[in-house]
Design a binder for this molecule. Structure first.
Ligand SMILES: NC(=O)C1=CN([C@@H]2O[C@H](COP(=O)(O)OP(=O)(O)OC[C@H]3O[C@@H](n4cnc5c(N)ncnc54)[C@H](OP(=O)(O)O)[C@@H]3O)[C@@H](O)[C@H]2O)[C@H](O)CC1
Ligand SMILES: [K+]
Length: 523
């Protein structure tokens, strides 16, 4: 499923009328109709007289841009259907958008009850409130007046207990970054147009949008996107498309030979988790390379399916592998950067870099903060060190070190930075955050939509590395392995989460991976 940014939505607004001959007014008509359908999906709008009153109505709180105009269209459709509606207008109507003026004229002509915000004071009959104060047209911080209006709405809904809906995105939510302006409210539902807005999938936006309902625009807008970078959700539909049945004669030779490299005196659990996850995700043969000194301990603890070898003989260790995953528990001692470089120099096959292997790389590029702030995409990121084609799986802290940028900045420009990194380095980046994203060298970004808070425990990342390596060893491309890996890993945790809110372990996630694969194959 596609995901749209503010810029994408504006592009669609501009290009669909030009290229497909469907006017913005028609798109708006469909958007308004979509709001009505979504409301009907939740309520019997003919019986709005819930416990409070028989005079209840749907209230549309409309700003003077096209977001408000969508609300006016929805109000008109509800009037036709005999559903009681009222409209309140926020802002200066003399400065409204052209389509707002047109829709307002229509509502006035049909006798809709319309008040300016200051004139409206009886909230007691509001059954549902729909906010169209602004959508993708937000610029900067919310003005004081808007914050006051939103505060009133919040107070009134606490008093009268009505549901609050947002049109397209909550007023104050940046539809691209998911950042929220001071004063932004939390909603019960958001009806968003064409495809889900990116800001509704990223925190803190995800926490305020409520249940997202996507309403169609009535024209195949996908056709006008051309070569724009696209953003897509990672969900069961996508994973089902990516997973393949195994041929009946598949044997361990066909399912690949994976090598995991990691471990150090202080950290033996991380490489074990990664290697075991590669086994559980279906790799034919898995070997774990660890320093000689910890080999006996590792052999004593790991499942018998994993062979353990010593990293001291590393040239021989790399031979015949379909994938090498390096990093879990490798440590940060001064010899590690040279060790990592020597592996990168000697091995030319598919590679996954995680944890301490990423740390050993140090800064590999730099970010121009001014360009980032101004959205000058091309000049945001400069490469300082070339990397081999590989999957990199940093969490935010590791990514912060790689690109030499504080985590706060990364959180604010999450998808843009992931995309630019993957494009400029030509690698597959799995940025492990909430949500995790997979960015591809061609600029496509996949955003994970599943997973749960129980996953926040040490070792989950090591399991993900093993899963991705396991898929690569079975012949999946690096990018498919990354996307599938993220899905299967989170879905396994979601299955465990059905019975345990948290407290399930990364090893539990690992041993449940096969159930997810069965689910995807429909077995
Ligand atoms: N392709 C689509 O997805 C379609 C989307 N539609 C809807 O259109 C809106 C976007 O409409 P737009 O007119 O561009 O802008 P908005 O209505 O969202 O916002 C403009 C109003 O917001 C005020 N504003 C802006 N920033 C602030 C702020 N910081 N504080 C307070 N008020 C603010 C602005 O006021 P001005 O005084 O600056 O003019 C405007 O009043 C999209 O979200 C969809 O809902 C189409 O209908 C169909 C196609
Ligand atoms: K809105």
């Amino acid at each position: 499923m596609n995901i749209l940014t503010t810029e994408d939505a504006r592009f669609i607004d501009r290009e669909v009328p030009k290229q497909l001959g469907v006017s913005l007014e028609i798109l708006m008509e469909n958007a308004g109709r979509g709001i009505v359908d979504a409301l009907w999906g939740q309520y019997d709008l003919f019986s709005l007289d819930n416990a409070r009153s028989i005079n209840s109505f749907v209230l549309f709180i409309c700003g003077t841009g096209n977001n408000g105009a969508d609300g006016l269209v929805a109000a008109r459709h509800l009037m036709e259907q005999g559903v009681p509606v009222q409209i309140v207008l926020v802002g200066d109507t003399s400065k409204c958008s052209d389509l707002f003026a047109l829709q307002l004229e229509r509502c006035e002509a049909m006798g809709c009850i319309i008040d300016m915000y200051d004139e409206f004071n009886d909230w007691s009959n509001v059954a549902v409130a729909v906010e169209g104060i602004m959508g993708t047209g937000l610029t900067g911080k919310l003005r004081d007046l808007t914050v006051d209006v939103l505060h009133d709405i919040d107070t009134m809904r606490s008093q009268y207990n009505f549901d609050l809906w947002a049109i397209d995105v909550p007023a104050g939510l940046d539809a691209t970054t998911g950042q929220i302006a001071e004063g932004t409210l939390a909603y019960d539902y958001t009806v968003t147009f064409g495809a889900i807005k990116q800001g509704l999938l990223l925190y803190p936006g995800k926490a305020v949008g409520g249940i997202a309902v996507v309403a169609p625009l009535g024209a195949p807008w996908q056709k006008v996107l051309g070569d724009r970078d696209i953003t897509v959700t990672i969900d069961s539909n996508l994973a089902e498309k990516l997973i393949n049945y195994r041929i009946p004669m598949a044997h361990k030779g066909v399912n690949g030979n994976a090598l995991i490299i990691g471990g150090s005196n202080d950290m033996i659990g991380a490489p074990i988790l990664a290697a075991e996850a590669a086994v559980h995700s279906g790799a034919g043969k898995v070997t774990l390379g660890v320093p000689e000194v910890i080999k006996p301990v590792v052999q004593g603890r790991i499942i018998p399916e994993v062979m353990v070898t010593s990293t001291e003989a590393h040239k021989a260790m790399l031979e015949g592998r379909q994938v090498v995953a390096m990093g879990p528990g490798l440590g940060r001692t001064s010899d590690i950067p040279d060790f990592v470089d020597s592996i990168l120099d000697s091995y030319e096959g598919p590679l996954v870099l995680d944890a301490d292997a990423l740390y050993a790389l140090g800064h590999v590029g730099s970010v121009d903060k001014d360009a980032l702030r101004d959205g000058e995409i091309e000049s945001i990121y400069a490469v300082e060190r070339d990397l081999p084609y590989c999957v990199m799986t940093p969490h935010l802290g590791e990514f912060s070190r790689l690109i030499d940028l504080p985590i706060k900045w990364i959180e604010r420009h999450y998808i843009t930075l992931a995309r630019e990194f993957a494009k400029k380095h030509q690698v597959v980046l799995v940025l492990k955050g909430i949500p995790s994203v997979v960015a591809l060298p061609d600029g496509t970004v996949y955003v994970n939509t599943i997973g749960n808070a129980g996953m926040g425990s040490g070792g989950m990342g090591d399991v993900l590395t093993g899963v991705i390596a396991g898929f690569i060893s079975q012949g999946y491309s690096l990018q498919d392995s990354a996307v599938l890996g993220v899905y299967v890993h989170s879905r396994s945790a979601d299955i465990l989460n059905d019975t345990k809110a948290w407290g399930y372990t990364p090893s539990d996630v690992s041993t449940s991976l096969g159930c997810v694969i069965s689910e995807l194959l429909g077995e």
